[in-house]
Design a protein around this ligand. Sequence first.
Ligand code: ADP
Ligand code: MG
Length: 275
Amino acid sequence: MQPPLVQLANVHLAFGANQVLQGIDVEVRRGQAVSIIGPSGSGKSTILRCITGLLRPQTGSITVGSTRVDQLKTEAELIALRKRVGFVFQQYNLFPHLTVLENLVIAPTRVVGRDRATAEREARALLDKVRLGHKEKAYPGELSGGQQQRVAIARALAMQPELILFDEVTSALDPETVGEVLTVIRDLVEGGMTCVLVTHEMRFAKEVSDAVYFTEAGRIVEHGPAQQIFGDPQSERTRAFLQRTLGDGARTRPAALPVLPPRDTLVFDRLRFAL
Ligand SMILES: Nc1ncnc2c1ncn2[C@@H]1O[C@H](COP(=O)(O)OP(=O)(O)O)[C@@H](O)[C@H]1O
Ligand SMILES: [Mg+2]
């Protein structure tokens, strides 16, 4: 069997006295969709930031392909990693002064030196893929939240990443645009893109995931095939969490849009820094 594309082994990470990850083991194989679910503050986003090298654990190992992410030293090595790992988060962070097409073209041309004609052709194909071919000349401010998030997904794809991490990408959207974003992600998963999804969309996670990890207080309480985690959870804690989030038949949404901490913009800021 092929080695996993992403592997976290016994990862421990603390912010000061706050033990945020306390021995995390995660494996993602090429072509898999893996969801991470769990209560707020349980360490889900921290896991994704470790995979991109934005955060470094105190102990444990993180590999992406043959790269030991936890041992990267230079900024150049980290930027090289981030070209391989797409990251889409709640806040889409499109460049407001650039058209939709330019938002997709800028990184491939400036960061990886793709020629402009090729980058534009690829960008148009990606916009078609996220069903926004007709919006290439629009500016982000002219689009709905769901449309902007689909542009952000296309922008991540434009770097031709080996995998994409999605961190609660529908949490800030109006309910009527959530579905169109989930449809795009489902298409990607079905097309064989390796995806790691942090999501509160439990039904979606159940439907698209090959494997599901349930986190609580910095630990993986339970992981397994989606059917098992949702259908027959082994841990009482998983059961209680699922009951809370699925119980009333309502999609769980945060009561208010959380204020975005600056660290969430870091990935693209660093790319921007590299432009
Ligand atoms: N940059 C940071 N500095 C200090 N504490 C942080 C930082 N990032 C996350 N934390 C803390 O780590 C814990 C887990 O956060 P996070 O991974 O964002 O959880 P989740 O994504 O599951 O809601 C929380 O207690 C949070 O306050
Ligand atoms: Mg989070």
